[in-house]
Design a protein around this ligand. Structure first.
Ligand SMILES: NC(=O)c1ccc[n+]([C@@H]2O[C@H](COP(=O)([O-])OP(=O)(O)OC[C@H]3O[C@@H](n4cnc5c(N)ncnc54)[C@H](O)[C@@H]3O)[C@@H](O)[C@H]2O)c1
Length: 333
């Protein structure tokens, strides 16, 4: 039995805590919000973000971040705007070489840092692993078979996370391509938002399949320019995550996109749905594409719809009438 602390008691953090607890680990689940902690304790579940999944009393739900002291594994499951402050907050309580699995997906706004970079900048000696892949919290909470990738430059650390968390319903593969694994998870949120917009506009299956395929191509293009291995994007953290996010009503990115496609303003859609990483990532990814000079037409379109009042219908027309070219001209590399 290992000692594990999960920081972030939203849908994903709660599902991972429940899963680790089922394996017999000693688990603490931390949130900075008294009201959230009280509610989970009182109801024995996260009524708002993970209803119907029992959080047994054997999981310590707390606002006391010292629960991270002496853990064998620290799991981070907070949104992009909270990652830096959460790592700063936990720093005094963990050993310098603590094993950390980051389960959040996104890119830090303004700095463009991937989450593991944020962690390593604050805790340079920590063993940091990126955990990513097709994984709705609702399904992990129910024990539905789920496959993810644990990525670390030092593969031994990814193997440690694999040994601690892998079980008969949660299968982990290791990878050394940290950049590719993290970028796939962060950037697919933008494409999921676009897929939702497509659905909200009542476009067909053809349109969505094309959007996903071309979306993955532009994610890979940016990823390769930043040092990722192109083949990673064909794996669980790339194509796998894109499929699950673009096709499911569990995805808040897609749900927000559907509302936008139906005519709701992007801001109002995000307020209605909650954490929509794709909305934030659209701006970050667009700026990143400008910074790197990598063409990302779908991401750019999504950014303009979200932040510049661009009409989704006009956007589709503009994408369809881009200059003719060969598929490979704008291909993976
Ligand atoms: N929900 C999923 O199915 C899922 C699956 C894989 C990855 N993720 C990723 O995990 C991360 C968290 O997503 P989520 O769906 O659990 O979000 P959520 O909105 O359900 O929960 C976020 C939680 O983070 C914590 N939090 C919020 N603000 C904070 C702050 N300022 N400081 C510290 N903690 C704060 C709170 O406990 C809050 O409940 C995101 O990056 C998301 O992309 C989510």
């Amino acid at each position: 039995m290992a000692k594990i602390a999960v920081l972030g008691a939203g849908g994903w953090g709660t599902a991972l805590a429940v899963m680790a607890n089922r394996m017999g680990h000693s688990v603490s689940l931390w949130s900075p919000f008294e009201a959230e902690v009280d509610s989970v304790r009182r109801h024995g579940q996260h009524v708002k973000l993970l209803p119907g999944i029992a959080v047994p009393p054997s999981i310590t739900v707390t606002t006391d971040i010292s629960c991270a002291a002496g853990v064998d594994l620290l799991i981070l499951a907070v949104p992009s705007f909270a990652i830096a402050q959460t790592v700063e907050k936990v720093k005094p309580y963990v050993s310098a070489n603590v094993l950390i699995a980051n389960a959040g997906k996104g890119i830090e706004e303004q700095t463009y840092r991937r989450f593991t970079q944020v962690v390593s900048d604050t805790l340079p000696e920590a063993a940091v692993v990126a955990l990513s892949g097709p994984s709705h919290a609702e399904e992990v909470g129910r024990g539905v078979p789920t496959l993810l990738v644990a990525a670390s430059y030092d593969l031994r650390q990814a193997v440690r996370v694999q040994e601690l968390l892998m079980n008969e319903t949660f299968r982990l593969y290791t990878s050394a391509d940290v950049i590719g694994v993290e970028l796939g998870g962060a950037l697919k949120n933008v494409i999921a938002l676009a897929a939702g917009i497509c659905d909200g506009l009542r476009m067909g299956d053809n349109t969505k399949a094309a959007l996903m395929t071309r979306g993955l191509a532009e994610i890979a293009r940016l990823g390769v320019s930043m040092g990722a291995d192109a083949t990673t994007f064909a794996g669980l953290s790339g194509m796998g995550d894109l499929i699950v996010t673009c096709g499911s009503m569990h995805s808040r990115n897609r749900r927000a996109g559907i509302l936008i496609g139906q005519g709701v303003s992007p801001k109002a859609a995000v307020e209605q749905v909650g954490t929509v990483e794709g909305y934030l990532a659209a701006e970050t990814a667009f700026r990143l594409s400008q910074h790197t000079g990598v063409e990302m037409p779908i991401t750019e379109t999504c950014y303009r719809i979200c932040y510049e009042n661009y009409s989704p219908r006009e956007a589709v027309a503009a994408l369809m009438t881009r200059p003719a070219c060969a598929e490979r001209d704008e291909g993976w590399l």
